[in-house]
Design a protein around this ligand. Structure first.
Ligand SMILES: [Zn+2]
Length: 215
């Protein structure tokens, strides 16, 4: 049992949403200096893994990783830039180790980072706060990723996040975003959240588009 369980896991259990793991993967891109993510992403995963796996299994996971990725995970430096390749390596190792018990483990990882970023749980839907949170997530995109652009659009029943111009991408990475958005909706008091990735760069589309609806 997790010490600090996301609302996604509390309300959806360990089965939904399941990741789509098919699609093309580009880990470094034409300019590897650009394919970087912030160390804070490793910090969030370390917290989640320590809570969920315990120390012994966490160390087993570290042993499966390349030295660089193990270092980022063991001693995350929140404000440093880390290779995109390493976050994908870590998430794939987590998936391999845990998906039998947690088929939606990649979504749970994304949910855990939303949980860290939001903290407070709203008792009833606060549409304005939720919209502001999603707008801010888009605004601060470049603080977490050195690559790509993002745009948030409000829709009649929710919102839409559009990520584009990625020189590097992986379906493993796209899969954790589902949990991030679902948890964001749930924590702001939204009910019946739905997140669909309607287009995806790993499938040859120009953007990864996450359509979100809630009530
Ligand atoms: Zn995608």
């Amino acid at each position: 049992m997790m010490k600090d369980m996301s609302l996604l896991e509390q309300q959806f259990g360990t089965t939904a949403p399941l990741p789509r793991l098919t699609g093309k993967e580009v880990l470094a891109g034409p300019d590897p200096a650009v394919c970087k993510v912030k160390g804070v992403m490793f910090g969030g995963r370390k917290q989640f893994l320590s809570d969920t796996l315990g120390e012994e299994r966490f160390n087993q996971l570290l042993a499966r990783l390349s030295p660089r990725t193990a270092q980022y995970t063991r001693t995350p430096l929140a404000s440093s830039w880390c290779e995109f390749e390493s976050i994908v390596e870590l998430d794939r190792a987590i998936y391999d180790l845990m998906h039998r018990d947690y088929p939606n483990i990649l979504a749970l990882i994304g949910a855990a980072s939303a949980e860290l970023g939001i903290g407070k749980v709203y008792k009833s839907l606060d549409n304005a706060e939720l919209t502001t949170f999603l707008e801010k997530s888009a605004l601060f995109h470049s603080q977490y990723q050195k690559f790509g652009r993002v745009q948030f659009e409000k829709t009649a029943e929710g919102g839409r996040m559009i990520y584009s111009d990625y020189p590097c991408f992986s379906p493993i990475y796209c899969a954790s975003a589902f949990g991030f958005f679902l948890e964001a909706i749930l924590r702001h008091g939204g009910t019946n959240p739905r997140v669909v990735e309607s287009t995806c760069q790993t499938l040859g589309d120009a953007a990864c588009t996450y359509e979100m609806t809630w009530r």
